[in-house]
Design a protein around this ligand. Structure first.
Ligand code: HEC
Length: 82
């Protein structure tokens, strides 16, 4: 779901959203609760007219899966490609 719009560690072909690990991973600059809410419903964290991250409902991404995404981001934040 995420890699339709995001690259990871430089891999991927999309140019819609930022790479989710380079140069820094969102876990490095978002508090965990804010990152959880950003993925669930970004306008609860920040908003502007042209924002393209629309978030994911609990049907699309359960709370458990959202925590798993953040755990994955936390793990891969220690494995940045040079
Ligand atoms: C429809 C395209 C799209 C999808 C799908 C998408 N994103 Fe995004 N995302 C964006 C864009 C574009 C931005 C940049 C901010 C904006 O325009 O909303 C962004 C921003 C973000 C940010 C904030 C990055 C920053 O530094 O500000 C995070 C974190 C994020 N997305 C995580 C995810 C995760 C996790 C998923 C999958 C569960 C996902 N996104 C799926 C398009 C998408």
């Amino acid at each position: 779901m995420c890699f339709a719009c995001h690259r990871m560690n430089g891999a991927g072909i999309t140019e819609i959203g930022p790479d989710l690990n380079l140069p820094t991973n969102p876990v490095d600059y978002f508090k965990p609760d804010a990152l959880f809410m950003l993925i669930r419903d970004p306008v609860t964290v920040r908003q502007w007219p042209d924002m393209q991250l629309h978030g994911f409902s609990e049907e699309q991404l359960s709370d458990r899966e959202n925590h798993n995404v953040i755990a994955y981001l936390t793990e891969i934040s220690t494995r940045k490609v040079e």
